[in-house]
Design a protein around this ligand. Structure first.
Ligand code: TXA
Ligand code: MG
Length: 318
């Protein structure tokens, strides 16, 4: 039976309704500064299981737990000095920390997918934080897209993929960052598990050390190749459009839509998923994508573009 998905305004009434639904085991999509998340109460097994069902996720990949305040992290994970340093520098913000799970943490084992570590973050979005405060406990949330599809940066994207499968979406317009959070593993020496909305260079500056890189696929199991997939094919590093193609421009290489005519990587990140959604006209089209420089947020943008362009034989992930 499809559910009648409510579209809630981000006002006190909508926020109260969203928090009530989450406490009662419902699924509520909510805006963060990065992308929309599909939230469930992290302590409720059934609610967390419904996330995987709603997304059509083939596997129980581990989820990020969202907290209203940095201090709440100590209740669910071990908290070394490096975690404190990074949280002070970047929380609230687009940084997720993976740390050893505390034994007594009130977190459903489905959230970690059985791993001894837990991913936590404090999002920098007033609506997300108001919601998390009202719920009062940790909220598990992957990006609010159906499995294998692009991450949503608008409530309409969430509705297009998940309407009828979730209780509600809190609609607060566009997500300002537009790329998922940067994930850093801190169970050993700090390692970059996923480039994202916070440039890795800024984390390295704060640490005064280089970040290690992820091991072969075990650290962020969600990081399969074909992951952020529009239905259309992608042709990367294109300097001009070919017949029949749609073009996503950057800087001097203009397109049907241009990520940033000024060559600004922050603006480009904010537009990336929305423009790919807009240019995606199905599997018979090709989207040509202009070159994007590979530094700062450009690293995360290129990571997403390479995944979106990868052949689709790998089962879609999250
Ligand atoms: O910006 C974001 O991070 C968004 C918003 C909604 O917060 N969330 C998001 O969640 O992108 P999701 O589920 O689409 O991606 C989470 C990534 C996955 O690649 C997952 O495998 C990884 O985090 N992850 C989660 N827990 C982990 C853990 N304990 N160890 C390693 N990787 C983990
Ligand atoms: Mg995702």
């Amino acid at each position: 039976m499809p559910i009648d998905t409510e579209r809630l305004a981000p006002d006190p009434k909508g926020l109260t309704r969203a928090a009530d639904l989450l406490r009662a085991g419902g699924l509520v999509a909510f805006p963060t500064e990065t992308v929309y998340g599909l939230g469930a109460h992290a302590g409720q097994d059934r609610a967390v299981a419904r996330i995987f069902e709603a997304k059509g996720r083939p596997r129980f990949n581990p989820l990020i737990v969202h907290l209203a305040e940095p201090d709440q992290a100590r209740e669910v994970v071990e908290w070394p000095d490096t975690a404190d340093l990074l949280a002070r520098a970047f929380w609230p913000g687009p940084l997720t920390l993976v740390l050893p799970l505390r034994q007594a943490a009130p977190i459903s084992p489905l959230v970690t997918g059985g791993l001894p570590t837990l991913a936590v973050r404090v999002p920098d979005h007033p609506v997300a934080r108001a919601l998390l405060r009202d719920v009062g406990g940790p909220v598990a949330a992957p990006s609010a897209n159906a499995s294998g599809r692009l991450s949503p940066t608008r409530a309409d994207h969430v509705m297009a993929g998940l309407e009828g499968r979730i209780e509600a979406v809190l609609d607060a317009g566009d997500c300002p960052v537009g790329l998922e959070s940067t994930i850093v593993g801190l169970s050993g020496a700090p390692r970059l598990l996923r480039p994202g909305g916070l440039p890795a260079e800024r984390i390295e500056e704060a640490l005064g050390a280089r970040l290690g890189t992820a091991g072969a696929g075990i650290d962020a199991p969600g990081q399969l190749n074909s992951h952020y997939a529009p239905r259309a094919g992608l042709r990367l590093n294109a300097v001009a459009r070919r017949a029949g193609e749609r073009m996503l421009g950057f800087g001097p290489v203009g397109g049907d839509l241009t990520l940033s005519a000024a060559g600004d990587l922050v603006e480009a990140a904010a537009h990336l998923f929305g423009y790919l959604h807009d240019l995606d006209a199905g599997k018979d089209t090709v989207i040509a994508v202009a070159p994007v420089p590979d530094h700062g947020l450009g690293r995360a943008i290129n990571d997403r573009l390479i995944r979106a362009a990868a052949p689709r034989q790998t089962p879609p992930d999250d």
